[in-house]
Structure formats: C-alpha cells, structure tokens
Design a binder for this molecule. Structure first.
Ligand code: BGC
Length: 401
C-alpha cells in the first residue's frame, strides 16, 4: 500500500469484562467464584472509572479510533429493568471518545451475560433472542453519532464456550480438570474444541434481530466480529479443511453477508491435515496464549472473510500478540500490517485496523498473557504506555504501514 486510505480506522480494542472491574452481575464473575484454579477479574484495570485516561493515551499517541464494549449485566441488572445511570455512563464514554477525536466502535456483547440471563437458559433458552433484542433496543438510544457497532463478539468462540460450560455442568464430582481459558491452547488442550453449530445458528438469529433494531433506530454500520483461525490445508486436504472450517467460521461469515461490515479477528494460523487441525508447534516463538507466532494470519483471515461473505467491507477488529516482549509486539504487528495491506492492494476492502489490546487485561481466567500497548499496575492502576503504542500511533499518523 503506497498511499493512506481516507477514513481508515487506526485504533485499539478492549472488552468491558476484561478491563472495567467488579462486573459482579455477570455470569463470568460467577464462574470466577466457582471454578478452582481460575484467576479472577476483580478490579481488572478499573477502566470503568479510568476510561478517559485510557482513551487520552490512545488519542495522544496518534490513533483515531477506540473499540470498547457496553456491559449488558450492568445495563440490565434484572430482567426488564434498565439502568439509566449505566446507560448514561456508556454515553459519557462515547462522548469522551468523540471529544478526543477517537471514532468509537461499540461492541454490544463480548462473551459475558447477566447472571439472570444465564440462569434463565441463556441463548438456548426460550426467551434468549427476545431478551437480547430488548437489551439492544435500550442501547440503541445512546448510540447517536456512533458509526460502527458490533453486535456480538466472536459468536464462534461464544458457541464453543457454551459447549464448554455445558460439559463442565455435566461433569461428575471429582472429574474437575484444571481450568484452562477458552482462548488459550497448550499441552493440556492442543486444539480448541468445535463450536456447537446449533448454538451458532441461534447466535446468528440474535445478530440478525439486533441488526434490524440498530438499522431502524440508529445510523450506525452494523456487523459482528468473527474469530478466524486462518486455517490452511496441507496438500490433498482441501476438502477436509472446508468441512472443518464450516462449523468453526464459515457458518458465521455466511450469516454476515447482508451486514454493513464484518469484523475480522485473527492471531495465528494452523494447518489442517488428514487428522484435522494440526496443534500449534511449540518453540521459542510460542506466544503466551500457546499460539504459533504467525503474523501472516491476518492476511489469510481477511482474504477468507472477503471470499465467504461475497465482498462485505472488512474492519480488523482484533489482531495482536500475547507477549512480555514489546519489541516482539512491534515486529509482529508491523509484519501483520504488511500482510493486511497486501490484501488491500489485491482488492480486499479493508476499512480499519484495531489492535488487541489497548491495555494488558484479564485474559478470561488468566492475567499472564499480556496483549496490551499499555501496561497497567494491578494495585495502583497506573498506566504505562509501552513503546509499541507510540510506534502504532506513528503508523496511524502516517496513515499506512
Ligand atoms: C477475544 C478477546 C481475547 C483475545 C485474545 C479474542 O478471542 O475477543 O476477548 O482477549 O481474543 O485471546
């Protein structure tokens, strides 16, 4: 890419449960209390109170966008009871972003649910879709001036998590295995399980219901964000790849064919052979979430999303690396951007790059995998921007890698 793309989103992303702290009414909080060996979110990064400082750091560095989420468990603490104070809180976040020159990309659902929703049967319960739709109607009222809305984050990972929690409930006493985050791979679980396609189809219905509400009540572009494993076939295993990839990704990409954009999220790439997905090779390059170091993943992912959706515009809503070595983060991201812009040069309509993550945050049961452009002291909450933030800000100011 030789010239900047006008209006390109250059930003960073977070999710409410991972950074806000004290999300007491959520099903993940309940899980953290119950599951042995799981680390707790606790105060997280206290971004619930410190969001303005977070946003200012991103804007001062040169970024022009911030992806953050609103938390259902706070907005609707009990079924049908909406908190105006919490809605006003999130509206202040939107205003703060706009005042700082950051285009807000707002996620309505990022893995967590109100406790009552989970207890009622969650997505697969009779009222699942209707409950989500009612919540989205309430949030639509605060989205004035927001151009980009993601309905559900990684529905494919969410479908996998629903399956994991069903399996945990069905486990016999004494059968408890050591806790492992759904976003981490390693010796104990070399390959992520398949998402349940029935749950996936239900989530697609939820996404379409939310999209209809948002199109009626807001001017935002609407999409959802799909996890993409950038799977590639070993010779002769193209059919096997297609079969495996359908339940993991394509079902979700197909469901976004009428969306305004598709959020692509990718971190690493894996091969598929006659036995299925090949576990990530272990080596000095392995990231803190057990992934292979594969900055080319995002290029594979956006090309695949472009093909399956039939040309829906793309925003990279997450891409990054879990590493304690910030030089490595810069190398990874600079190479990833090269692959991304190669795809753009080949005609893929890419509208933005939102790095995961703005902050070192709660990685779903673990604190060790650090993805942030900004380090956070977990006791004082002091923020320390890493050199990678200044570096990405410079790229953003230039408007091209
Ligand atoms: C999720 C994030 C997560 C990130 C890194 C994605 O699966 O949307 O919440 O922290 O990947 O693992």
């Amino acid at each position: 890419m030789t010239r900047p793309v006008p209006g390109f989103l250059w930003g960073a992303a977070t999710a409410p449960h991972q950074v806000e702290g004290n999300n007491l009414n959520s099903d993940w909080w309940v899980r953290e209390e119950r599951v042995p060996g799981m680390e707790r979110s606790g105060d997280a990064c206290d971004s619930y109170h410190r969001y303005a400082e977070d946003m200012r750091l991103l804007a001062d560095a040169g970024l022009n966008s911030y992806r953050f989420g609103v938390e259902w468990a706070r907005i609707e603490p009990a079924p049908g009871h909406f908190s105006n104070a919490e809605l006003a809180h999130y509206r202040r976040m939107i205003d703060t972003a706009l005042d700082l020159g950051l285009k807000p990309v707002v996620t309505l659902h990022h893995f967590t649910h109100p406790r009552w929703f989970a207890e009622e049967g969650g997505w697969m319960g009779d009222a699942g879709i209707e409950r989500f739709e009612t919540y989205v109607k309430a949030v639509a009222g605060i989205l004035d001036g927001v151009e980009w809305v993601c309905t559900i984050n990684e529905p494919n990972m969410l479908a996998l998590m629903v399956g994991m929690s069903r399996a945990a409930q069905a486990a016999q006493p004494g059968e408890t295995k050591k806790w492992m985050s759904p976003t981490v791979e390693g010796a104990a679980r070399p390959v992520l399980p398949d998402p349940d396609p029935d749950v996936g189809r239900r989530l697609a219905d939820g996404h379409h219901a939310a999209r209809a509400v948002l199109r009626k009540d807001t001017d935002a572009k609407v999409g959802w964000t799909v996890a993409n494993q950038a799977l590639t076939p070993t010779p002769g295993n193209e059919d096997r790849l297609r079969e495996i990839r359908y339940d993991r990704e394509d079902l979700y990409l197909e469901a976004s064919r009428d969306d305004d954009f598709i959020g692509v999220q990718s971190y690493s790439s894996q091969a598929v052979d006659e036995n299925g997905i090949v576990p990530h090779p272990r080596g000095p390059d392995t990231t803190l979430t057990g992934n292979a170091y594969r900055p080319d993943a995002i290029g594979i992912a956006v090309r695949h999303a472009w093909e399956v959706t039939g040309g829906v515009p793309i925003v990279v809503t997450e891409n990054g690396i879990a590493t304690a070595d910030d030089d490595r983060r810069v190398s990874y991201t600079s190479e990833a951007l090269r692959h991304l812009f190669d795809a753009a040069d080949d005609g893929v309509d890419v509208r933005g790059y939102l790095h995961w993550s703005a902050l070192d945050n709660f990685e779903w049961g673990h604190w060790k995998p650090t993805f942030g452009l900004i380090a956070v002291d977990r006791e004082t909450f002091e923020r320390s921007p890493k050199p990678s933030l200044a570096w990405l800000g410079e790229v953003a100011r230039r408007g091209r890698p």
